[in-house]
Design a binder for this molecule. Sequence first.
Ligand code: 9MR
Length: 369
Amino acid sequence: MAVAGCTAIMCATALLAFTGPWADGGPPTGSGDLPVLARANGVDLGVAVAVDPLLGDGGYRDVVGGHYTSVTAENTMKWDHVQPERGVFDWSGPDAMVDFAEAHGMNARGHTLLWHNQQPEWLSRGEWTSAELRGVLREHMEALMGRYQGRIGAWDVINEPFEDGEPFLRENLWHQVLGEDYIAEALRMAHEVDPGARLYINEFNIEGGGAKTDALYALAADLLDRGVPLHGIGFQGHFVHGQVPGNLAETMNRFTDLGLEVTVTELDVRIAEPVSEQAVRDQREEFRHVVAACLEVPDCRGVTVWGVSDAHSWIPEWFPGYDAATPFDEDYSPKPALWGMVDALSREPSGRSAGRTPRGRRRERTPAP
Ligand code: 9MR
């Protein structure tokens, strides 16, 4: 997931270009500026993409290719899409996404390998012995991770392992059949399949601290103590307008103090309807805050936004009464939220990319509060 830096001249030009317009809240001056700014800061600015518009909608492709440095598969790399029948793989969506990323000089994140949702029935309803399920998991990893080895730098290996609002491991298929050490087992297996990939646990409702965060911290610390190849924690970042945690950087720092990297993997900020112009303006500060928090944390690798525009966001369907959660409106016009990300990337002192801390470096652990 390495991001290319920009030359001093390119970085300086990009930063200068943003100094004026952003002071008075204007829009971006050019579609190529955000990627330059992100790379100048040594982070990825990513977006979750859907395959159909990525292939067929010019406006969508322009937003993705023009404003971001990385893509994540919103759905097309999940089990039900990749292996709808046992041993029958569909690579059309994943190939399209990875090809797009490469054609546009972007990075790609893999999402996701073990999750309780979007499993095909043959998997979720199967009567598995632990040996059989291990075999199925290895086949899937070898096919999917193996296909994109060297092209996808980071994988959300374990997705949402804790109960929604609880500090307890979720009773998903993997837990039920393989036991609670399924997480260590899956990470080791993933590392065998692609030793070069950065392996993540991706979780939500952990961004502001609390019992679930503490439980994840204890799990991560235990895995590292046992030498399990865990490299990063994904902070999903599905926020509600007005409730974005102020202590996000502090929470991320707890995990980087373990020697892990972190990434904000699924950022959106949903606004209650009716969506007021004021709320949309205020959302700018919330997107700025999240990107700035990542820049504050030396081992934060980047921020990925969940959905290209408000027309493609999962929010209206899953949270009726909420909308406007992404940085582009339904016509692909940039919203203040996009400007907020530019604000953060423009104000970061330069040199972060040159002065990055080495990956995976272990630091002294801080006790859980
Ligand atoms: O955005 C995805 C949406 O299109 C799917 O219908 C949904 C199905 O569960 O999954 C959404 O993505 C989820 C992601 O994979 C994991 N974290 C929560 C995301 C939002 O539900």
